[in-house]
Design a protein around this ligand. Structure first.
Ligand code: CP
Length: 321
């Protein structure tokens, strides 16, 4: 039984297979000949808001011949405290797969364990694997292999999106630089979990730089509060909201702490001349990105959003060959 619970638990070989198959799904969408989910019902169990993930999975499941069943977690007994493992055992007898958006990573893992059906993480507080596979697909579609390139993440470096980027860099062999204030950087233990062969700290007047090397892939992860350093020569500048879902009570403090960690025209001048700008959306203009840069990069950003559909169809067909 295969699941997509995290990029931490997904092999490089499987990531590459999904990315290659997504090219075929995108090219052949009009023909729509592959129906691996024919006769199947897949539940989308969402405890958080969603536009892109919900619609791309509902459409993708339908196009693969299956029936999507959207369940707002608050409308089922899960929202009234029924344990995950009981919900999983009930749904596992009725449906063929589950796509889950929730808070705790342990919830998707427990659902997969008890349901006995393929389970996909559609965002937890810890990882957003479908998003990062779609981002890498989009980069490669426009610029070729991501291996050896420099991806600079700007903003809250400790949330689910940069964490999934860390596991991708460790496996696919590119350099990920996370530019974030010290207390918005991911914990060092995560670099070890990702398999870093060497981690060292360089003290500099502009603030320390932590570098992790992943010998098996050639990947690197760099943590720094120095945005100028992090953007230098970047192939991809990437950002996400400063106030993730579930962090609304911290909004005022987060906006204060992260102000300055913005993608804008001045930052783009430090990157490679053909740098791409991506945003997983929704975007908050004037916060993590300015209006002018967002609109100039809109063709890439909305391709990135569309690619959720093609990549997730490849994920579904990888789970149910
Ligand atoms: N990027 C993303 O996951 O978008 P939604 O929250 O709209 O699904």
């Amino acid at each position: 039984m295969k699941h997509l619970l995290s990029l931490e638990s997904m092999s490089r070989k499987d990531m590459e297979a999904v990315l290659q198959n997504a090219v075929v799904f995108k090219a052949q969408r009009k023909d729509n000949r592959q129906h691996p989910l024919a006769g199947q019902t897949w539940a989308l169990i969402f405890s958080k808001s969603s536009t892109r993930t919900r619609v791309s999975f509902e459409v993708g499941i339908h196009e693969l011949g299956g029936q999507p069943l959207f369940l707002n977690a608050n409308d089922i007994q899960l929202g009234r405290g029924e344990p995950i493992k009981d919900t999983a055992r009930v749904l596992g007898r009725m449906i063929h797969g589950a796509v889950i958006r929730t808070f705790a990573q342990s919830d998707v893992e427990e659902f997969a364990q008890f349901s006995g059906i393929p389970t996909i993480n559609a965002l937890t507080d810890h990882e957003h694997p479908c998003q990062i596979l779609s981002d890498i697909f989009t980069y490669q579609e426009k610029r070729g292999p991501i291996q050896g390139k420099v991806v600079t993440f700007v903003g809250d470096g400790a949330c689910n999106v940069p964490i999934s980027w860390i596991f991708a860099a460790a496996k696919l062999g590119f350099e990920l630089r996370i530019a974030a204030p010290k207390n918005y950087q991911p914990p060092l233990a995560l670099l070890e979990r990702a398999g870093a062969s060497h981690v060292h700290t360089e003290a500099r007047p502009e603030g320390e730089i932590i570098r992790a090397d992943f010998r098996s892939s050639g990947g690197k992860v760099v943590l720094t509060s120095d945005l100028t350093f992090a953007a230098g020569g970047a192939d991809l500048l990437y950002t996400d909201v400063w106030v993730s879902m579930g962090k609304e009570a911290e909004a005022v403090q987060r906006i204060k702490d992260l102000s300055g960690y913005q993608i804008n025209a001045a930052l783009m001048k430090l990157a490679k001349p053909d740098v791409l700008v991506m945003h997983c959306l929704p975007a908050y203009r004037g916060k993590e990105i300015d209006e002018q840069t967002f609109e100039a990069s809109a063709p890439t950003i909305f391709d990135e959003a569309e690619n959720r559909l093609h990549v997730q169809k490849a994920i579904l067909s990888w789970l149910v060959p």
